[in-house]
Design a protein around this ligand. Structure first.
Ligand SMILES: [Zn+2]
Length: 300
């Protein structure tokens, strides 16, 4: 639950599949923001945290948005291929020991959903949604759900893991077995990792998702991989809309915010029955939606 006390010195951390971002926050304002690559083992992770806070004052509270689901202060990867040591890693206990202050933990997609909901609520230029689904297309595919102005966390912290719902549209390389144990997950088609894997298979050399988007400007085969991913996202949005009937779907993440991706998703969704259609918008907070969300959640 949010804690009703203003914080003078907050350390906000966003742990993704490939990077860790940290912000020193005083009275709701970011004083400084830093970034480190994500580590591959616990010792490396704790060392990266030490590097990130070097020279910063001791926090009164630490607020963490982390990829994976958070249950009882421990973090678990849904897709074990994303962060292998996230297998019940006691993140809360480690940070509590390191900083000797309370630690607030939340899934990064949930934090970003809360950040995107709040900025719409406080904006004067748009009609605030009551219910919103956030989808991030990044190293993996994650998300978060705000229903009737309340963030859904779930019994085991899992709510919003939209990347591990299944779709009928498969990846172009036919690799459908997901690291979560399921087959045909959205994440196997539309994550940055999945785009890189499919592009590398099609073109016979190592290609990352950023290069794929550049290639797609002139190469129809590259464009087809991205179009297929956008159609998969649109199929998933139709599924979610039939279940949830939210006011708005917000797309974030490096792939979601890549040039033309949002337009491709909208075009694909326009082919769905009208009942399944919903306004699809870009994350207003960009790459810092998770940090912003966890900052707000831990201070409200
Ligand atoms: Zn999966």
């Amino acid at each position: 639950m949010p804690i009703n006390k203003p914080i003078d010195m907050l350390l906000a951390i966003d742990v993704g599949g490939t990077k860790i971002a940290a912000a020193w926050v005083s009275k709701g304002q970011i004083i400084e923001r830093r970034q480190q690559p994500m580590a591959t083992d616990p010792a490396g992770f704790l060392e990266a945290i030490n590097q990130l806070v070097l020279g910063w004052p001791a926090p009164e509270r630490v607020a963490v948005a982390a990829t994976g689901y958070i249950d009882g202060g421990k973090v678990y990867s849904v897709n074990q291929h994303i962060i292998e040591f996230w297998d019940g890693f006691p993140l809360g206990r480690h940070l509590n020991t390191r900083f000797a202050c309370p630690v607030v933990l939340m899934n990064d997609g949930q934090a970003a959903a809360w950040g995107e909901y709040l900025i719409r609520k406080t904006s004067t230029s748009s009609i605030a949604p009551e219910s919103l689904l956030f989808i991030t297309l990044s190293t993996g595919v994650g998300g978060g759900l705000v229903l009737h102005q309340q963030l859904r966390i779930g019994r085991q912290g899992l709510a919003g893991h939209v990347g591990h719902t299944t779709i009928s549209r498969g990846p172009v390389d036919g690799d459908v077995q997901c690291g979560c144990g399921r087959c045909d997950c959205l994440e196997k088609v539309a994550s940055g990792t999945a785009l890189a894997r499919q592009a590398s298979a099609v073109f016979g050399r190592r290609i990352d998702s950023k290069e794929l988007f550049t290639m797609a400007q002139t190469n129809p085969e590259a464009e087809a991989i991205i179009d297929n991913a956008a159609m998969a996202v649109a199929e998933a949005i139709s599924n979610f809309q039939m279940m949830l009937d939210v006011d708005e779907v917000v797309i974030g993440g490096s792939v979601g915010l890549a040039d033309g991706m949002l337009q491709r998703i909208r075009q694909a969704l326009a082919q769905a029955p009208s009942l399944a259609q919903v306004p699809v918008t870009a994350a207003l907070l960009g790459a810092d939606a998770g940090l912003a969300g966890i900052m707000q959640w831990s201070q409200d």
